[in-house]
Design a binder for this molecule. Structure first.
Ligand code: ADP
Length: 631
């Protein structure tokens, strides 16, 4: 039979495995055992609804067989097995774990190898680190024929029919000859294998069995030993979350998390919860240190695994997590839930609701602790999932604000650190009435806004909101600690002293004709034009009146289905009375109205650009400026 070639990427990976210098070769065993356990899970799951599957739960096992003489290590499972097509598709191409970039710097070969192995846990292929040849004999549930897949590495593979009794898979590995550097024979040694199973696969929920021989005292003698061979279960099968917290190392948690939830980085926080009285349950939860690639997309599914007394009954139980904590991964195990509970029933389940409530409370308290005691970790967490928390604030009309208001943070005008609202309010001076914020595309752009400069110059700190959701979240929040949130780019910002107010009011009344003329000249749905005396050095700025701010206008118009121009902020052009341009305009109103029209347009366009809004007619603006240059 002709050899088939691996798909290009798989070939490169295989090549890398075969020639691997990765020192942690032993992880191949963990990978194969996990595959076997997954295969059993699959069949077991199917058996819940498919009565043709006769295997009883206690009959499932993973078996390891060692044949030193022929250098063969076999890992067998009685799980779902693979059809011919599945052998082809699953083992002929690289797992769908993500896109690989093999064009790594060849000088970095060693490093890139480790990165790839570490990041993607390359699964089945890792066996080629220790194998000269691999046979995969498999029989799918219900199939009449079994097939064997065979490969010696990068030169390809074959698949043919074979004999195999019973459903499941045997992976038969011919172990490499020892070299000066590596003692591959270790993987044929039952003591070594037992140690590895305990190290990596102890909590696998099916027994991993192996015939082991050991020296034991002969019966009736206290000196004479004999070799006894016995069938031993190598793993304790006690799930990690059932173990005493003090007996579990950080590394064990991290390995468990990475393997189970397909992450390549350690979690930033491990949360264990155990409650008794009310509903009994144990939870083991993890906060990832980065967002999964599909986190902010529709593909991402939230949920915790749900176990009933150690048996998995649902892989992603959505009802256990609120949307704003959808990043939490982990599981809940409760002895109070029935094994055969259906999805519909689960939704109604009172116990489940009670668990969800307790879980949420626990997550909040752990996040608060992290915020207080491990700020750097919290910052890292927040850069991955902060947006989600802010959406949570906004969602359901602010119903969750009590939970979330103290967890959100923002950049501010003071320092580079993100600050909580509590920290902001804690620093407010007595005369500061409100919490000030400004919106924009970036911190740099916001810090250059004329209004921001003016608020800062009065000694107040300003929150810098750069994400679409930010202003909406604060609006829903309304107040924090009795202080209202005020957009510094809104018309109603009340900073001026009574004296200042009085004087500008008079200015505006006196200049009413001029201001109306400017408004008409600009002719762009502008709500009004007025003089201001609160700007520092800038000639003019835009502010808005009413509910919709400029930032909100931008965000709402970006939303799918938004109709161009329907949602508009009511803009006010404010001209700095203390800037020479104000006097110039007053003069021109007397001497050259035509020219003043043009100036008004230019000033307005400038103010729009500074506020981060676009200019409707850039070529008109270009021509106006050009005319001016040619004067
Ligand atoms: P991963 O496990 O990350 O998906 P692997 O390369 O380890 O990647 O395995 C590829 C696929 O081959 C698995 O997803 C599974 O469908 C199949 N497979 C591997 N080992 C077994 C097995 N022992 N029994 C059944 N299917 C298996």
């Amino acid at each position: 039979m002709q050899k088939k070639q691996f798909k290009t990427e798989s070939k490169k990976l295989l090549d890398m495995m075969v020639n691997s210098i990765y020192t942690n070769k032993e992880i191949f065993l963990r990978e194969l055992i996990s595959n076997a356990s997954d295969a059993i899970d699959k069949l077991y799951f199917r058996s819940l609804t498919d009565s043709t599957i006769k295997t009883k739960r206690e009959d499932y096992e993973i078996r390891i067989t060692l044949d030193k003489e022929n250098r063969k290590l076999t890992i067998s499972d009685n799980g779902c097995g693979m059809t011919q097509d599945e052998l082809e598709n699953n083992l002929g191409v690289i797992a769908k774990s993500g896109s690989f970039d093999f064009k790594n710097d060849p000088q970095n070969k060693e490093k890139s190898e480790i990165d790839i192995i570490g990041q993607f846990g390359v699964g089945f292929y890792s066996a080629f680190m220790v194998a000269d040849n691999i046979l995969v004999k498999s029989r799918a549930h219900g199939a009449d024929t079994a097939y064997v897949w065979e490969s010696s590495g990068a030169d390809g593979y074959t698949i043919k029919e074979c004999d195999k009794a019973g459903t499941g898979t045997d992976i038969i590995i011919t172990i490499k000859e020892d070299t000066e550097d590596v003692k591959y024979s270790d993987y044929l040694d039952d003591y070594k294998i037992s140690t590895l199973i305990r190290k990596y696969s102890d909590y696998i929920r099916y027994p991993i069995r192996m015939m082991t021989s050991s020296q034991k005292l002969k019966e009736g003698s206290d000196k004479e030993y004999e070799t006894v061979t016995e069938d031993k279960t190598l793993n304790s099968m006690i799930p990690l979350w059932k173990k005493n917290a003090k007996d579990v190392t950080d590394e064990e948690y991290a390995n468990f998390y990475k393997e189970k939830f397909y992450d390549y980085e350690d979690p930033i926080k491990v949360i264990r919860q155990k409650t008794e009285g009310g509903v009994n349950f144990e939870a083991l939860m993890f906060i990832p240190s980065h967002a999964p690639f599909n986190y902010y997309s529709k593909d991402y599914e939230k949920g915790l695994q749900l176990y009933s007394s150690g048996v998995l009954i649902m892989d992603k139980c959505k009802d256990l997590l609120p949307d704003y904590f959808s990043f939490v991964r982990g599981l809940v195990d409760s002895s109070d839930l029935s094994l055969n509970i259906s999805r519909e029933m689960l939704q109604q389940d009172r116990q489940l609701k009670a668990i969800a409530k307790a879980v949420e409370k626990k997550i909040v308290s752990e996040l608060k602790k992290m915020l207080e005691n491990e700020r750097e970790n919290y910052n890292k967490f927040y850069s991955a999932f902060g947006t989600q928390l802010k959406w949570g604030l906004y969602s359901d009309f602010g119903m969750h604000k009590d939970v979330l208001a103290d967890l959100v943070m923002f950049k501010t005008s003071e320092g580079d650190e993100l600050k909580t609202l509590k920290e902001y309010v804690g620093k407010m001076t007595e005369d500061q009435k409100n919490i000030y914020f400004a919106t924009g595309d970036s911190v740099e752009k916001i810090s250059l806004l004329p209004q921001v400069e003016s608020v800062i110059s009065r000694g107040y700190e300003v929150l810098y909101l750069t994400e679409d959701v930010d202003e909406f979240a604060l609006q829903v929040l309304g107040v924090y600690n009795d202080k209202a949130f005020v957009n510094v780019c809104k018309d109603n910002i009340d900073l001026a002293t009574d004296e200042e107010k009085e004087s500008i009011k008079k200015e505006n009344e006196d200049a009413k004709e001029l201001l109306d003329f400017l408004k008409e000249s600009i002719n762009d749905n502008l709500h009004s034009v007025k003089f201001t005396n609160t700007l520092k050095d800038h000639p003019a700025c835009l502010s808005s009146e009413g509910e919709i701010s400029m930032g909100m206008e931008k965000t709402l118009n970006k939303m799918p289905g938004a109709e161009e121009g329907v949602i508009r902020a009511e803009l006010v052009l404010e001209i700095n009375i203390n800037h020479p341009i104000a006097q110039k305009m007053k003069d021109m109103f007397e001497t050259d109205k035509d020219e003043l029209k043009k100036y008004a347009k230019i000033l307005y366009a400038q103010a729009r650009l500074i506020s981060g809004l676009s200019v409707d007619n850039p070529s008109e603006l270009g021509n106006l400026v050009c005319d001016l240059m040619l004067k």
